[in-house]
Design a protein around this ligand. Sequence first.
Ligand SMILES: [Zn+2]
Length: 201
Amino acid sequence: MKTLLVIDVQNDFMPSGSLAVPDGDNIVPVINSIQDKFDLIVATQDWHPKTHSSFAVNHDNKSNFDSIEWRGKLQTLWPEHCVQGSKGAELHPELDTTKYEAIFRKGTDINIDSYSAFYDNNHLKATGLTGYLKEKEAKKLYFCGLASDICVYFSIRDAIQEGFECYFIEDAAKSLDLEVFETIKIKMVAMGVHIITSEAI
Ligand SMILES: [Zn+2]
């Protein structure tokens, strides 16, 4: 049984969005083209309250992409993005979601950011995705979406820890920072993640 996890393919992460991932929209047709190869498809949405602490605008004298210490951890401050119920938080309109069985939302707690589809950044709260996937007897997880160096990577890292076999579909994902991604790719290989292209599914 093959499961596809479509991470944060949302308008705000597209080139015209508030937290644009370069060429983020290029992956939409690739994702649409592979979906028939999967038994189960689950998507995630970054889904923040407007007052979310990860937004620079909610801190005094801070700019986008500044780092602050927050609850004992370094936190990057982002432009306002994926606000609950906004157009920017919607999945890309051309993404074919017909076969999606579930959409997990994350980053809903004002005080905790959540890059991973499984846990918040401090590993305090689970989204319930592990339990859902185990109940569905999913073992092989294929990851695509945005951004490879942040939410996709943190999701894969947690999935490996939860005991899933993980595949990263490189041409169905894009990075915010290509240089950071090159380091992450090395880490993923060391963790046992299979890095593949959409043709190899
Ligand atoms: Zn976010």
